[in-house]
Design a protein around this ligand. Structure first.
Ligand SMILES: NC(=O)c1ccc[n+]([C@@H]2O[C@H](COP(=O)([O-])OP(=O)(O)OC[C@H]3O[C@@H](n4cnc5c(N)ncnc54)[C@H](O)[C@@H]3O)[C@@H](O)[C@H]2O)c1
Ligand SMILES: Nc1ncnc2c1ncn2[C@@H]1O[C@H](COP(=O)(O)OP(=O)(O)OP(=O)(O)O)[C@@H](O)[C@H]1O
Length: 274
């Protein structure tokens, strides 16, 4: 079995826990990769997180940002999230339980050849000649910047039917996972993870554009006009600058995100947002 660990960088606690988990896994005969930044702290050889899709299990130690970073490299390899972040909405395992939680996955893998997983949908985004990596939380299509003078004229279509047209800072398409993040700040609805669908939420739209929940098979297209440029942002981290006018298409990705380990309790996790 191959386990890959990514620990939030610049943090002694996450690096220390990564080393503890690595040592216990090695005692159990499991091969371990550490991400480059963490390995460097121990003067060991690391692996880029972009290669972690080749592991059997990815362990992410940190907050939501670290989980999203791990998810962008993990492909369909399951991720077990350990919370050492400020919010840690996406990470259900407490640090004290981390070693046991990972060893439990190892036993499952050794007995059955795989670990039990849950899946969460991702979003894929493309435009004229470009495609972005899948989003776990959301895709934002916006003008050059937020705020006065920075928006764009946006037209949103769902499966080819016009939904809304007008000036706005942007439009946000969120997964149920991402409904608790940026979508919530823009007054979009919370979506229970058991619901199959996505949310389309306008950002400071000048004309009415109520948040809309669409079927998970829907194709959302956003046409952008009258702006210096359009900016498309995946999970707050990956940005594509696009010449306008342009059309951006967002739909469910083929490969969902897979998580391993204890399930997170949605209502308990909401308390972390207070
Ligand atoms: N105004 C806003 O609220 C705003 C603006 C930009 C980005 N974001 C969010 O930040 C995310 C990136 O997270 P980051 O940690 O790399 O950036 P970050 O460091 O800017 O943190 C954003 C905050 O969102 C929290 N968060 C992230 N994903 C979450 C989720 N699914 N549910 C609940 N809370 C969540 C993080 O813990 C953190 O408190 C983006 O996907 C976007 O959702 C929010
Ligand atoms: N081991 C790592 N190697 C390279 N980049 C990393 C690593 N860990 C984290 N990062 C970068 O830092 C970002 C996450 O850091 P961030 O400060 O947002 O922490 P976090 O995990 O959200 O925790 P917190 O809740 O404490 O903010 C990732 O998106 C990634 O860009």
């Amino acid at each position: 079995m191959q386990v890959a660990i990514v620990a939030q960088w610049g943090n002694d606690r996450t690096a220390g826990l990564a080393a503890d988990i690595r040592d216990r896994l090695r005692e159990a005969g499991v091969s371990v990769w550490l991400d480059d930044a963490t390995a460097e702290r121990f003067e060991a050889e690391g692996r880029p997180v972009g290669e972690f899709h080749a592991a059997d299990l990815v362990v992410s130690i940190g907050g939501d940002g670290t989980f999203l970073f791990a998810a962008h490299g993990a492909g369909d390899t399951p991720i077990l999230g350990v919370n050492l972040g400020e919010v840690g909405f996406l990470n259900p395992v407490r640090p004290d339980d981390a070693v046991d939680a990972v060893l439990a996955q190892v036993r499952q893998f050794q007995a059955a050849g795989s670990v039990p997983t849950r899946s969460r949908p991702r979003l894929t985004t493309h435009g004229d000649g470009w495609t972005l990596p899948p989003a776990v939380n959301e895709v934002v299509v916006q003008g050059q910047r937020r705020g006065h003078g920075g928006g764009a004229d946006l037209a949103v279509q769902i499966d080819g039917s016009a939904y809304s047209r007008g000036h706005a800072d942007g439009v946000l398409i969120a997964t149920p996972t991402g409904s608790t993040a940026y979508n919530l700040s823009e007054d979009g609805p919370l979506v229970h993870p058991g619901v199959s669908g996505f949310v389309v939420t306008g950002m400071a739209a000048t004309r009415g554009m109520p948040p809309l929940v669409v079927d998970a098979d829907s194709i959302v297209s956003v046409s952008v006009e009258d702006a210096a440029e359009a900016v498309v942002v995946v999970d707050g981290r990956i940005r594509e600058r696009v010449e306008v006018p342009t059309e951006v298409t967002v739909r469910a990705g083929e490969e969902p995100l897979r998580t391993a380990g204890p399930a997170s309790d949605f209502f308990e996790a909401l308390e972390k947002l207070d």
